[in-house]
Design a binder for this molecule. Structure first.
Ligand code: PMP
Length: 428
């Protein structure tokens, strides 16, 4: 563990002493955070929007599955297969609880947000989108909530419309309301922007869409890991998210769908697991959710996701959100005064994904420079090229926070940015 993680300042910001939240203790569950890199600098991992670190309990859940009960799920009659199936389905039940879904029938395992959205676009879209229909997206979508709809719209001769992003990084909701009309069949919206950090008012967006007769798909890749989510209260029709951004392994994610919507969708992929009866002439489908889970699933991934959900629920998602809000506030306070540092996204409701550009330093150069100081941040177009175009930049650097980060790691980033400013101003 880096020496700072129990410093007075860090403990001060973590707050809530006596209420069971202890960031130093949480960090002990993530041995990777103890690493020292590049001439013994403490690692400050601030690339959590790309992927998060995994606590030991998640890694252990994977080991236990492979070492104790490795078998395929759902189809064998022996003990190991029964145990594997129980763990796999128990993990699904935990996800149901985590997002307040109505039942297991509404939680489909996928490879991640990207596959979840593709599933919805293909299975729901192909059946329900006709020529001339309209799909509303936003200008701040990640490519994974844009490209699948572009493919569908081209195939169906449908029209894509976009809610504009305003100067401060919020959505133009008046423009959104003007876009709504009876031809709109779906609204696809990111809950929290991976670039701007904006927390979109999805409850309002969903209610307006429903009044206009459209369904809503929420890209929850950057929200589900960071705040309490209640799909029944939100009343969204679909919610897509990735395990690896919430402490679970890569290659597993979820598509939540309302049962009534999933019931009248065709399968996404055909094969084993997703069928009921097969003849040479045709097949019938398995019940939900297996109808959408063709082939052998990512069993260990799902079990790991269950362990991650358990871990997060142990901390409490209200607590996760509260701590991250404090940390984000601290980060913005520290970063904003840096001369020449432009932060993109000033929405009043925002998350800990903070994108910026320093003077005329290329974001890749900045990310490489701060890496030498032990700080891991991301640089690039963040899979949001249309948004980059709107912002008038080819790329940004992005620091993104999670529950195990510390104020002193933000200080480490700030010091590294100041050093970079000095270094690059000399034209070296
Ligand atoms: N949507 C958003 C908002 C994201 O941040 C990401 C990941 N960066 C994705 C979708 C895609 O997630 P995945 O690569 O896990 O499918």
């Amino acid at each position: 563990m880096s020496e700072c993680c129990i410093c007075k300042k860090c403990l001060g910001v973590t707050g809530d002493e006596g209420q069971g939240f202890d960031v130093a203790k949480i960090r002990q569950d993530f041995p990777i955070l103890n690493r020292r890199i590049h001439q013994d600098k403490p690692l400050a991992y601030l690339d959590n929007a790309a992927t998060t670190q995994k606590p030991s309990v998640v890694v252990c859940a994977l080991c236990d599955y492979y070492q104790i009960c490795n078998a395929n799920v759902h189809r064998s009659l022996h003990l190991l297969a029964d145990e594997a199936t129980q763990h796999f389905e128990e993990a699904r039940r935990r996800v149901v609880k985590f997002i307040h879904a109505h039942s297991e029938r509404e939680v489909i395992y996928t490879r991640g947000t990207t596959e979840s959205i593709n599933l919805a676009a293909y299975s729901w879209g192909r059946r329900h989108i006709q020529a001339g229909d309209e799909i509303i997206l936003t200008e701040m979508e990640h490519h994974s909530n844009l490209v699948p709809w572009q493919i569908l719209a081209k195939e169906r001769n449908a029209v894509l419309r976009f809610i504009p992003v305003l100067e401060d990084g919020t959505l133009d909701l008046e423009a959104y309301r003007r876009l709504l009309n009876p031809k709109v069949k779906l609204v696809g919206v990111v809950h929290i922007s991976n670039v701007l950090g904006t927390v979109n008012p999805i409850q309002e967006i969903i209610a307006d869409a429903h009044r206009a007769g459209a369904l809503v798909l929420v890209d929850g890749a950057q929200s589900v890991p960071h705040m309490p989510i209640d799909v029944q209260a939100l009343d969204c029709d679909f919610l897509a998210f990735s395990g690896h951004k919430m402490m679970a392994p890569t290659g597993v994610g979820v598509l939540y769908g309302k049962e009534s919507v999933l019931e009248i969708m065709d399968p996404f992929m055909g094969g084993g697991e997703m069928i009921n009866k097969v003849t040479l002439e045709g097949s019938t489908w398995a019940d939900l959710p297996l109808k959408f889970e063709a082939g052998t699933p990512h069993i260990s991934g799902a079990i790991g996701l269950g362990a991650a959900v358990n871990y997060l629920m142990g901390i409490g998602m209200e607590q996760v959100e509260k701590y991250e809000q404090e940390l984000t506030h601290y980060a913005l306070q520290k970063l904003t005064p840096i001369p020449g540092l432009k932060i993109y996204g000033r929405a009043p409701e925002r998350s800990g994904a903070i994108s910026f550009i320093l003077d005329d330093v290329h974001p890749h150069d900045l990310a490489q420079f701060v890496d030498q100081a032990g700080v891991a941040i991301r640089a690039g177009h963040m899979c949001a090229q249309p948004l980059m175009r709107k912002l008038g930049v080819p790329a940004v650097s992005r620091a993104s926070l999670y529950i195990y980060n510390l104020p002193c790691e933000i200080d480490q980033l700030v010091d590294a940015i100041l050093e970079a400013k000095e270094y690059f101003s000399h034209g070296s």
